[in-house]
Design a protein around this ligand. Structure first.
Ligand SMILES: [Zn+2]
Length: 315
């Protein structure tokens, strides 16, 4: 009786994982910004007054650092240049904690509202600030509010030209403010004018047909029920899709000051702030979450041409 139980355990205790059970890595990323940077409040919070708001980003990011340390995982922190400039110790502590730093712009503006020069200047300032603060080189970019869309794909040429090797700004869904619903759902390589750029699309699942449903990150993890997100995780695993997940530090902070935005902005921003930390921990405890640089997913990315992307998407 005992010997029959010992056989399968022997492999596990020696750390061997059968090849056919090896799973792809998932990625957990943090967009390091404060509650008043969110696009939901852009009509009532002007950028020249950011310094007048009570700041919460340091404490909230430290709570995430503690959670990741407890779970023994490495994450990618897409950091706002504005935050790096004001809170250099936080940025150094993220790097010292063994995590990957990456870029989330300087001013958190929608890329499709910028011209190429404005985008280049903003990205350069953010990259320089983060790199000089932490003393590391960074390779990843995430656009504010996922604003690399069909009309702003030109930005990927500039990213490659500036030395970025990957981007995670394309959300293959329909949304009022962002999304390229026809973009691939699996990591892919964009051929830009300045060389290849790996793109990691944010997690989606399909039920049947070609509609992509977002899950596992930000407002989708926070606002939609846990069963929905769990279904997404299960389907991704069954499909062999790496889950690219993200969180904002303010999403785990129920005590943050309330801003007088429009009703739908307030509903979107303030619902379930008290539940998100637990949900995030629950998702991460399923295992296999790490940073982009450690994920090994770059080697799986396949070249694709945006001109061939379907209206409703493809793998
Ligand atoms: Zn952001």
């Amino acid at each position: 009786m005992h010997s029959a139980e010992l056989t399968p355990n022997a492999g596990a205790s020696s750390g061997m994982v059968p090849l056919n059970r090896a799973r792809l890595a998932n990625v957990i990323s943090v967009d390091v910004e404060d509650y008043f940077h969110a696009e939901s409040f852009v009509d009532i919070v002007s950028r020249d007054r950011w310094d007048s708001y009570e700041t919460r980003v340091v404490d909230n990011t430290r709570r995430l650092l503690d959670l990741f340390a407890e779970l023994n995982l490495e994450a990618t922190f897409f950091t706002l240049g504005w935050v790096a400039e004001r809170f250099p110790q936080l940025i150094r502590d993220i790097a010292a904690g063994g995590h990957e730093l990456a870029c989330h712009s300087y001013w958190h503006r929608l890329i499709y509202k910028l011209d190429p020069k404005e985008f280049r200047d903003d990205t350069y300032r953010a990259k320089q600030t983060i790199e000089q603060t932490a003393g590391v080189q960074i390779f990843g970019y995430r656009a504010p509010t996922y604003s690399i869309v069909t009309s702003s794909l030109w930005a990927t040429d500039i990213l490659a030209e500036m030395g970025f090797t990957y981007d995670s700004s394309i959300f293959p869904i329909y949304h009022e403010r962002y999304g390229i619903p026809g973009a691939p759902r699996f990591p892919f390589v964009l051929k830009t004018k300045s060389g290849p750029l790996i793109e990691y699309p944010i997690a989606t699942f399909r039920i049947r047909g070609e509609t992509n449903f977002p899950f596992g990150g930000g407002g989708y993890l926070r606002l939609l029920p846990w069963w929905y997100n769990r279904m997404g995780l299960n389907r991704a695993e069954a499909e062999g899709l790496p889950v690219i997940a993200y969180i904002h530090p303010w999403e785990i902070d129920p005590e943050q000051p309330r801003l007088p935005g429009r009703l739908n902005s307030r509903l979107r921003h303030y619902t379930n702030l008290g539940k998100t930390y637990t949900r995030l921990a629950r998702m991460l405890r399923r295992g296999n979450f790490t940073s982009f640089r450690k994920s090994g997913l770059a080697s799986l990315a396949q070249a694709t041409d945006p001109n061939t992307w379907g209206k409703n998407g493809s793998r």
